[in-house]
Design a protein around this ligand. Sequence first.
Ligand SMILES: *Cc1c(COP(=O)(O)O)cnc(C)c1O
Length: 378
Amino acid sequence: MSKFIPLSVPNLCGNEAAYCQKAIASEWVSTGGAYITEFEEKIAAYVGTPGAVACQSGTAGLHLALLSCGVGQNDEVLVPTLTFIAAVNPVKYVGAEPVFMDCDDTLCMDMQKVERFCETECAMTPEGLLDKATGRYVRAMLVVHVFGNLADLDKAAALAEKYDLALIEDATEALGSRYLSGRFAGRFAGTVGKVGVYSFNGNKIITTGGGGMLVSGDEAILREAKYLSTQAKDDTLYFVHNHIGYNYRMTNLQAALGLAQLEKLEDFIRVKAENYRAYFENGIELLPFRDDIRTNHWFYSFMTDRRDELIRALSERSIQSRPVWHLIADLPPYQNCRAYEIARAKYYWQHIVNLPCSTNLTKEDVAVVAKAVHDILK
Ligand SMILES: *Cc1c(COP(=O)(O)O)cnc(C)c1O
């Protein structure tokens, strides 16, 4: 039996156990403790924002992002159809409606189509951007940086300004990716929009077991998000709550893991880039990332018209791979929602197979996977 090669698993090779042991020894294991604020400060310093709010998951962070941008009942939010469902569900949590957009060849939201949608399907009114077909107002654009690639935020930010939309970045897959040129040169994924969100789920580039982080350049948003994440507590002694809050705060134990992982982030990004190149050296052409960015190379995408056959045959050889997410606009909870000219997303959905990309993948593992792909498809 050959060695199992997983798709994307945690790499806990640093100070994880040491910091968790300290948290345990201090008995600060829950939603208070010094590691939480230290983790927030270090993420904020790394990406260059005035602050950060640690939460239980990326999903919780996206929920808080929409709430703190004031998105609510009956509003519309532009979202991608090619993404993980956790990017879209929070739109429903706040009572708003998603409008699904296509992707471009970066796999991120097609800004050309977003522009066309705003121009032809909507009308700018004193109350905001009116969707003429539904009578609702479009209030936000939720952009996902798919697989560590970066969306075209030059264009997105211009559209957000023109149409008065809150630009929310789902940077859950893109911690460490940044723009090298253009209007946002030097800026990290998550720091361009009004709010950005990272995830530390087990398969992300760094993990806290489960967890997330919201960042913003706007102190008022940071305050609101933290307030809502800690049960909207207005008086800690007398338990006065003037709003409905959430139990979304990260725990000190999770933050202990996160601090240890953050120390390794740049190493992980380097290894991801090396392994990405190793696939090419072994004759496997992966989908490119934009060449005008520093990407974190989170996930590797291989294109084939024999997707299901390849996934099955790799699995028989103990190699884990997977198709890209089912298009959200076609899933039961969302199939009656508005979707605008979805085309390229269908093509990528039918063809992408994600190949093993863990940071503890060796060059030998890459060679084994590459050979298996060649053998299966020859
Ligand atoms: C992982 C992920 C999320 C959700 O993060 P969790 O921490 O798992 O809640 C949201 N959006 C995208 C695109 C993701 O990949």
